[in-house]
Design a protein around this ligand. Structure first.
Ligand code: UDP
Ligand code: MG
Length: 314
């Protein structure tokens, strides 16, 4: 019978060959502050560099290191979800593989967990080495999300956090394809708290989160947790039809009563373009929701594993 681990650490890896060894060493130092019963689960999300070779080396030298090698790149959120499905610890820490989340914070997260919290997330105080545009867009995004989503998603947090087994079990039962873990965890509730930290700049390699990936995550977050865009579209449609109706009345009145035929080709073209634009935008928003319905009814597996040295529990 396998002994129960006190803590699992889940690390998504996409082209992090230069960071893995240092991360591993710092994780060991950090975690052994409070337990010897730990496991590290590295999920290699289709890296095109030598990350996987590094992981194989580590797993040969340390029996507490496990790897899950995806068949291709499935994305950060999916990689973390896979780690959560396989991990066996009483609690789990999710941490980035690029050393932007300092492993030295884990004892602090663990302490809060021991004080009875189910989720302890790491809240960034300062961010180093990220472009102004990234900082501004992410600040703005969190604030908009807070306004329009029906749940309270904590501001300025990434995925670096500690989760109690209860939370992990619920997450593992949430089947959605378009994952936004921060939102899902907030949605679950229970006792949540945070610890402040300063985010470092990434050690080696470069961010794999292009603006298009960030946009996709943002749309997943919004469509997954808010119906407001749909409501907005229908309200907008109503207001515009009402305005057009008023304009029609006015035009008839001007023509028959005031005997003034409204000239103005430009105003016509402008209003056509305006309404056309709004219509396309609205259809686009509806399309985002429809494509997610489509994704979910296909019921495909979330990811395909090429190779792993860990067994799923139960
Ligand atoms: N990552 C991944 N799959 C991807 C992109 C990123 O597993 O398709 C991992 C990456 O290796 C890192 C974490 O997710 O451990 C966060 O990625 P990144 O540092 O690129 O994001 P940022 O910090 O810029 O938001
Ligand atoms: Mg990073």
């Amino acid at each position: 019978m396998e002994e129960k681990k006190d803590i699992s650490v889940v690390i998504p890896i996409y082209n992090e060959q230069g960071n893995i060894f240092e991360l591993y060493n710092r994780l060991i130092l950090s975690v052994t502050n409070f337990t010897e019963k730990y496991e590290f689960i590295f999920v290699n999300d289709g890296s095109s560099d030598n990350s996987f070779i590094e992981l194989l080396k580590l797993s040969e030298s340390d029996k507490n290191v496990f790897y899950i090698n995806f068949s291709r790149n499935f994305g950060h959120q999916i990689a973390v979800s896979a780690g959560l499905e396989f991990c066996k610890g009483k609690c789990v820490v999710i941490i980035d593989g690029d050393l932007q989340d300092p492993p030295e914070l884990i004892p602090k997260l663990y302490e809060k967990y021991q004080n009875g919290f189910d989720v302890v997330y790491a809240k960034r105080q300062f961010r180093d080495g990220e472009s102004i545009l990234k900082k501004v867009t992410s600040k703005l995004f969190y604030r908009i999300l807070k306004k329009i989503a029906q749940i309270e998603i904590p501001l300025d947090t990434g995925d670096y956090r500690l989760l109690d087994r209860k939370i992990v079990n619920v997450l593992n039962k949430m089947p959605e394809q378009n994952k936004f873990l921060r939102g899902q965890i907030a949605w679950i509730g229970l006792k949540q708290t945070y610890v402040l930290f300063d985010r470092d700049s990434r050690k080696n390699g470069k961010s794999a989160y292009s603006y298009s990936k960030m946009l996709r995550l943002a749309i997943d977050a919004v469509t997954g947790f808010s119906d407001k865009p749909l409501a907005l579209v229908s309200r907008l449609g109503f207001i515009i039809s009402f305005l057009s109706f008023m304009i029609i009345i006015y035009t008839l009145f001007a023509h028959y009563v005031l005997k003034e035929t409204v000239t103005g080709w430009s105003s016509l073209i402008v209003s056509f373009m305006f309404i056309g634009g709004i219509q396309l935008f609205s259809i686009g928003i509806i399309g985002e929701y429809v494509s997610r319905i489509n994704n979910n009814i296909k019921d495909r597996p979330l990811y395909i594993i090429d190779k792993t040295n860990i067994k799923k529990h139960d």
